[in-house]
Structure formats: C-alpha cells, structure tokens
Design a binder for this molecule. Structure first.
Ligand code: SPD
Length: 284
C-alpha cells in the first residue's frame, strides 16, 4: 500500500511548525527518534526527536551561514572539525575550499549518517566519497577532550537542539575545549538557536563565547521552517580582523557557488542582533 500524506509538526511553545508529506522512514536509534519525510514543498526533510533539522529546500539557509563566515575569513585552512553534521551539508560546504586537507566529522549517531546517505542525497552530494572527509562515530565531547591543543583551523558545532544527548555540548566547558583544540588564528563556529523561540539558550551561547574568546560575533538570518524562522550562528576567535574582513583568495567562486550566502548578505546579518537581545546582554 502506498504511504499516504500526513502532517508532521514540530511543537514548540504553543506553536506548530508542520510539513506535509509521506514518511520515508521512522525509527528509533540508540540515541533518538529519526524521521525522514518526503514533503510536498520542501523536498526530503529530517526530524530528530520531534525537531526539524534540515530539508532539501531550506538546508542552504543554514549550512552556508554556518560555514562561509568562518572559512572565508581565513587566508587558508587545512584541518576542520565538524561536531554533529551527520546529514553531510556542512561537510559539503567545507569541501569547496581547496586548501582543506582533512575534515573530521564527529557524529554520535551512525544511523543519521546512513539514513542521510540514502534519503538526503542533496545534502551530502559527493562529500561522502571525498577522501578529505573522515567520518568518526563518537561522542563530540570525548573527541574534543582527546584532541591535542591548536590542532584545527576551524571547529564547527553543527548540533541538534538542546536535549539529553546534546546538552553537554551546550556548555562553557565544551566551548573552552573547542577553543583549546583550535589554532590561535582559527575560529570556532556554532549554530546558536533562535533569539525568538529559544532566547534563553541563545543568550547563554553568546555569553559563553564572549567570556571565552577575544572576539565573538553573532549573525542572524532565516531558516524558514525552523521555529519562528529567525536563526543565528555565533563565531569566536582570538583575531580581531576576522568575520567582517574576509581573506580567502577565491571568495568570488565561493559566492558564486552559494544560493544564500554572499559577503553583503553576511555584512548585514552580523548587524542584525535584535534590541531585546542586546538589552539582555547589557544587563549580564
Ligand atoms: N531546530 C533546529 C536546529 C538544528 C540545528 N542543526 C541542524 C543540523 C543541520 N546540519
């Protein structure tokens, strides 16, 4: 029998964020409930424990904004770490930089990777076959603790929303560890939730980055099917010239390869902190 179309909602704070389509797979891994749906208007979409993670149609809003502000601001980057990122979208964007020789992708749940390879082909595309990408099925905290100082040029935290399995990587201790394993001139970049629908954790992340890094900055943009639509990414570094003064020599070709991100978009996005968040940060 053909699967029928249904609605699946992420329910958050009295609101529902729903997509309509057919369920391709729904299963419980040792870590979480994984659902992948073929939707009417968003391509295939991934939900983990009731929260939308990504969809074919909207993933670029998210992955381009996580990756390019960091990588385009370095003249060169060789080693990159991705914590989470099991759908392959972050790795795909990183592989656009030809100087990168190693991407360690550290994902706790191997079933997310297996299912993404099968059902979310648009996300990883050829990244899975690229020799520079090393898949490590491991807890992010453990991986970071076992890594030597100053090893990576950029660390990306591409995690799911706070939950039992991800809480430890929303901590000051974890961000300090990420800084320790990043080169002095490198960058730590994280998705930092929504100022509208997750303001408490959003402010916590910004506060932690401000406490740890000489320089930290948050950019705001949209991921239309995430709760409230507005989303954020926070970047930390020890070098004052970064983020707003991109250095990468082939930046034009990166801009041309993107659907969403470009330097002007980024310039505006780094100036978009809502006043209510600014005011809360002033009080801390
Ligand atoms: N509420 C959605 C938060 C999602 C953050 N991570 C998405 C993973 C995409 N690679």
């Amino acid at each position: 029998m053909k699967p029928r179309k249904i609605w699946i909602d992420e329910i958050h704070g009295g609101s529902r964020y729903g997509l309509k389509g057919k369920i391709l797979i729904k299963k419980r891994s040792p870590f979480q409930e994984i659902t992948i749906m073929e939707t009417e208007n968003h391509g295939n979409a991934l939900m983990l424990d009731g929260c939308w993670m990504t969809s074919d149609k909207e993933e670029k809003y998210y992955h381009e904004c996580l990756v390019h502000p960091a990588l385009s601001s370095l003249k060169t980057a060789s080693r990159v770490l991705i914590i989470g990122g099991g759908d392959g979208g972050t790795a795909r964007e990183c592989l656009k930089y030809s100087d990168i020789s190693l991407i360690d992708l550290v994902e706790i749940d191997k079933e997310v990777i297996e299912l993404a390879k099968k059902y979310l082909k648009e996300l990883g595309q050829n990244a899975w076959e690229d020799k520079r990408l090393k898949i490590n099925i491991c807890d992010g905290l453990k991986w970071v603790s076992n890594t030597q100082n100053n090893y990576y040029d950029v660390v990306f935290i591409d995690c799911s929303d706070p939950s039992e399995i991800s809480n430890d990587i929303y901590s000051l201790k974890f961000y300090e560890e990420c800084k320790r394993i990043t080169k002095k001139e490198g960058i730590v970049a994280t998705q930092s939730e929504s100022p509208e629908s997750f303001p408490t954790i959003h402010i916590e992340i910004i506060k932690s980055f401000k406490q740890i890094f000489q320089i930290s900055s948050t950019m705001y943009s949209f991921v239309p099917f995430y709760p409230s639509g507005i989303w954020s990414w926070t970047f930390g570094s020890e070098d004052s010239t970064q983020f707003l003064n991109p250095q990468y020599k082939h930046i034009d070709s990166i801009e041309n390869s993107c659907d969403i991100w470009n330097l002007n978009y980024q310039k505006g996005a780094f100036q978009m902190m809502p006043n209510k968040i600014l005011n809360k940060l002033k009080k801390i």
